[in-house]
Design a protein around this ligand. Structure first.
Ligand code: GDP
Ligand code: IMO
Ligand code: MG
Length: 430
């Protein structure tokens, strides 16, 4: 809608297929913005036989008419950002004229990555399973008012970097945190690479993105905000402490771009036809053994950023309902339905037994969950990858979709049947 911001959010634990759908929707928008997270994200886009994985650059970059903004709420590793820009430029995609970066986005230093590793090592058995991209430590510095921002690259950033690095270094060497991988020499070499990358970044469009975005809205431009991670990884509402360090839910759009709440129009929640999670933390419907392995193989469930195998399980409706509530989701997009094609029996969790009683509310402490309660569905045992309209889906498949829609009370407007742009059907196309 003109003059408004639509939002696309991961509704579960990330990797729902946000990249694919942002790319699919991009022709409808003038601007696509990332508003939180960093290169812990890995968003996959497939078209014309090519596959791209984006970590920091918004997934609108493949459309020539679309401006892409990395908003103030994002954290940027300049070395990784330049790698990504070059990867796209090598494929003939013009990035420079269509990518805008907020001056207020915080920078990830090499020592943030070392701290991430040291933090994980010090947690031992209870490690988060971080992507080790420095995300937690950089947001910690932002909130504790020690951070360095993109706009600082135009000033005397070298001193700022060395000062912050020495704070990090002392944290790692005073015994509180230890790192088996850090060495002071590597540290200085890395800082040089970091400073070179900051220098190179000066050639790009570094802007006051909150002014740019609000001006664009006043000119009736349409904006899509692209979430990273998922609602259950939100630092406030996720499965704390097994979360990321930003607000992945709708509030993150307001703080991460500087748009007023009245400007938000649609909130699109995206989820898989089953559930996955990468990293540690609770996962009530997780499947061990054969069924989980089958899902992982058929869905190619390996992390787009770290390559780690994703944990797999049945769809968890109480989690999704919570996500709809927190985010005010106005429509849902269901991804990877084709992965369930060969399952004879499909289960969906509709509630839990917690401390002996039934509930559909997700608990404060997941250790209390004894058993998920499941509803059983017959599989459709048909390949659906080439289906082109909703009405042509098998009856049992539609039954599955419509049950979920009814439980959640939110329409499922799009169903995805394969990684490619083309393998997408809209339920009631306008
Ligand atoms: P994101 O982080 O939310 O953008 O998702 P990822 O890119 O990390 O993970 C989604 C994976 O599923 C990618 O490998 C996509 O190419 C793939 N994918 C997306 N939609 C579909 C689909 O409908 N069916 C299948 N089989 N794969 C899909
Ligand atoms: P996209 O945008 C799935 C997970 C990590 C770990 C936790 C904290 O591709 O959906 P961090 O690196 O932030 O300290 O990790 O969050 N995680 C993701 N899981 N998809 C992602 O992004 C993720 N980004 C972080 O695995 O459990
Ligand atoms: Mg991903």
């Amino acid at each position: 809608m003109k003059g408004k911001v639509d939002v696309l959010l991961g509704a579960v634990w990330g990797d729902e297929g946000k990249g694919k759908i942002v790319d699919y929707l991009t022709p409808k928008y003038d601007i696509v913005c990332r508003f939180q997270g960093g290169n812990n994200a890995g968003h996959t886009i497939c078209f014309n036989g090519e596959k791209y994985v984006l970590h920091l650059i918004p997934s609108g970059i493949f459309n020539d008419n679309c401006i892409n903004i990395i908003g103030n709420g994002v954290v940027i590793d300049p070395i990784e950002l330049l790698k990504e820009i070059k990867m796209l430029e090598n494929k003939g995609i013009d990035v420079k004229s269509r990518l805008y970066i907020s001056k207020k986005a915080h920078l990830i230093l090499p020592s943030h990555k070392l701290l991430d590793r040291a933090n994980e090592e010090s947690r031992g058995e209870s490690k988060i399973g971080s992507t080790l991209k420095g995300i937690g430590p950089v947001y910690t510095d932002k909130v504790s008012r020690n951070g360095i921002r993109v706009g600082d690259i135009f000033g005397d950033i070298k001193d700022m970097v060395f000062n912050l690095t020495s704070i990090h270094w002392s944290k790692m060497t005073t015994g509180f945190l230890t790192s088996t991988t850090a060495s002071e020499l590597d540290h200085q070499k890395e800082n040089k690479l970091f400073l070179d990358a900051c220098d190179e970044l000066k050639e790009y469009n570094i802007i006051d993105s909150e002014y740019y975005i609000n001006q664009a809205l006043s000119e009736s431009k349409s904006i899509l905000a692209e979430g990273a991670q998922g609602a259950l990884l939100d630092v406030d509402f996720g499965t704390y402490p097994f979360v990321t360090s930003s607000n992945t839910t709708v509030g993150g759009v307001i703080t991460g771009l500087g748009v007023p709440p009245q400007k938000i129009n649609k909130v699109i929640g995206i989820f898989k036809a089953y559930t996955t999670r990468v990293g540690s933390g609770p996962f009530p419907t997780e499947l061990g053994g054969g069924t989980g392995d089958k899902m992982r193989n058929l869905g190619q469930e390996y992390g787009a950023t770290t390559g780690r195998p994703r944990r797999c399980g049945w769809l968890d409706l109480p989690l999704l309902k919570y996500s709809c509530m927190i985010n005010g989701i106005t429509e849902l997009h269901m991804m990877k339905l084709d992965v369930l094609d060969t399952f004879n029996d499909i289960k969906v969790c509709t509630g839990y037994i917690v401390n002996g009683g039934d509930t559909s509310q997700i608990p404060y402490n997941y250790d209390d969950i004894v058993t998920p309660i499941y509803e059983n569905f017959d599989g459709w045992n048909t390949q659906i990858g080439d289906v082109k309209s909703y009405s042509d889906l098998p009856k049992d498949c539609k039954k599955y979709i419509e049950f979920i829609e009814k439980y959640l009370g939110v329409p499922i407007k799009l169903v995805s049947l394969g990684p490619d742009r083309e393998a997408t059907i809209e339920k009631n196309p306008q």
